[in-house]
Design a protein around this ligand. Structure first.
Ligand code: RB5
Length: 146
């Protein structure tokens, strides 16, 4: 299995239910996952800790994409975007997921479990994972980042 098919996933306590359905969906879609998860029995975990774990898996090449879930997706995206070469996008609909990949080459999707229904979250995930980066003028813009 190539790294291209490897997705690092993680959530805080407010995103745990979505993380579990995302795990199942990744398997159905033919992806593998690394779960940067909360150890069994952990009641609460602060989202920056999990965002850092998943971001480092992207940085070191262990995973091609990441998915991070918290209550809103906002904290996870803020924390992940502190890491060089991580481009995390908080998406609340399929159009955002498509454009985050096509124009921004986002490599981490963040989702808000308190704001989205599970069907919409899985649909956003599928669009994110199946949309290629368009490159071209968008690549030039990304190269201005760091
Ligand atoms: C946890 O209560 C909540 O603040 C967190 O999951 C997230 O929504 C932060 O952005």
């Amino acid at each position: 299995m190539s790294v291209e098919n490897m997705v690092a996933i993680g959530s805080d306590h407010a995103g745990l239910d979505f993380k579990l359905i995302i795990r199942d969906q990744l398997i159905r879609l033919g992806f593998q996952f690394i779960d940067a998860g909360v150890p069994e029995g952990t009641e609460r975990i602060d989202y920056p800790i999990v965002a850092a774990e998943v971001s480092q898996l992207i940085q070191n090449g262990s995973a091609h994409y990441g998915v991070l879930v918290c209550g809103t997706g906002i904290g996870m995206s803020m924390a992940a975007n502190r890491f060089r070469n991580v481009r995390a996008a908080n998406c609340s609909n399929e159009a955002m997921a498509r454009l985050a990949r096509a124009h921004n080459d986002a490599n981490i999707l963040t989702l808000g479990q308190r704001l989205l229904g599970p069907d919409l979250a899985l649909s956003i995930l599928e669009v994110f994972l199946s949309t290629p980066f368009e490159g071209g003028r968008h690549q030039g813009r990304l190269s201005l980042f760091n």
